[in-house]
Design a protein around this ligand. Sequence first.
Ligand code: FDA
Length: 507
Amino acid sequence: FFGSQASSDGFLACLTASVPEQLLFTRSSPSFAAVLVSSVRNRRFLTQATARPLCVVTATNASHVQAAVVCGRRHGIRLRVRSGGHDYEGLSFRSARPETFFVLDLAGLRSVRVSLGIPREEAPPTAWVDSGATLGELYHAIGKASDRLAFPAGLCPTVGVGGHLSGGGFGMLLRKHGLAADHVVDAKLVDAEGRILDRDAMGQDVFWAIRGGGGGGSFGIVLSWRVKLVAVPPTVTAFTIPKSVEQGAVDILTKWQEVAPALPDDLFVRVLVQRQVAKFQALYLGTCDALLPVMRHRFPELGVNHTHCKEMTWLQSVPHVYLGSGATTEDILNRTDPVDATSSKATSDYVRHAIARDVWEEIFATWLARPDAGLMILDPYGGNMARVPEAATPFPHRAGVLYNIQYMNFWTAAGDGAAQTAWVRDVYAFMEPHVSKNPREAYVNYRDLDLGENVVVGNVTSYEAGKIWGEKYYKGNFMRLAMAKLQIDPDDYFRNEQSIPPLDADE
Ligand code: FDA
């Protein structure tokens, strides 16, 4: 039944009855292709071979989302929901398997409402943010409301709130304040029946699950999130220091592994390792004068001095860190970004024991010296991340993690990406002895289908098969996620190549 011609016609008729014509783009619409690619970040999935959706629905209010779910379910057409379109495997707009599906695009649902709170009544500052907003739109609204408030989420301003919070979400405030998902206090979820459920109505297991579990697309469609905002000082300090191998990158990086996760929570020093250079990029929640003694005492090898410091507000630090020193706070409202023309492949690891110096030497001398080499991004954990229990949210990579590694490689339309993809896979194989084990942990927001894909048995996603990739992303939390899935979507309507399978623990 799923995907027949009759069901497609019935589905489109059902949609037309509830969604205005101008928000519905079928394959025959002149704007179909433009709407489909509008927020696609990875050109890898814009080939002739990529399965196209039956249509794209560009919802502008909650009733369109409800209607899309009800019609899809009634007529046996599955959906892919897209907020910012940054999914590394394109699962928000394509199906890796041959199936009839449609795309529900939430870019038109993107309001942000900041509430400054009332300190004397202990009402903390919060914001309601729709899933289709970008991180840049959220940060901008918060920063304009107060220069003493912020939100701890990712670096890239075009990332969508919907997918990002569904998988955890981290950036330069990680060590001080944890993940974006740690700050969600309420949400509105459209379930497989088309109902809108808030925190109380969805129940505590499902509310636990949507905050980082499933990487989106498993439990329903989150329309909006209520998030707690965090306090930041009026001045923060950024610095970037590149160190080449000749300048001692190998020794400094070897030391960084144990220093960075143990620095004061206010200080986040990440590393971008590419070619023969390790670039140390930092954000400190305070002034340069307060930062320098800490760096001299804890990490003198980096040689940070006044000339490296750039002081600014937290909002200004967002474009400064991600877009470069000339970018302005208005630039983070731009929903398209310059990397759009590229294709990419990525995967991730967690490091719990510092990697030996000679291994780093080998990484620089062999892997990073290759003509098709990509880059490694190292984000330090510790601080507040180590103080939150593993089961507090589905995101389990907490105490004991020194840092996260993201392996990435890019290519342009001129190439097929075979060499760049092979580089990522080969480095990942090489790193196995040096990273977390049993399971080898990975970050769901850096989704990689090489880690495993769901198997559907009797029209339900198999829990046993899902464990292969699921325990890498969620460790012991995977089983609880699967039980929450059974509660909210027992028929497994919200399904993709790495969605959470439903589990009946009594069976
Ligand atoms: P997209 O719309 O593609 O959705 C991702 C997944 O979530 C899909 O499965 C989708 O169906 C589902 N989904 C989307 N909206 C949903 C909703 N409302 N309800 C339920 N499910 C929904 N991460 C990080 O932690 N820190 C960082 O600094 C960065 N930086 C970064 C830069 C760039 C250039 C990219 C491409 C990616 C990142 N990321 C990141 C990773 C990013 O957090 C991850 O890809 C998010 O899932 C993207 O969310 P979008 O809404 O943009 O994706």
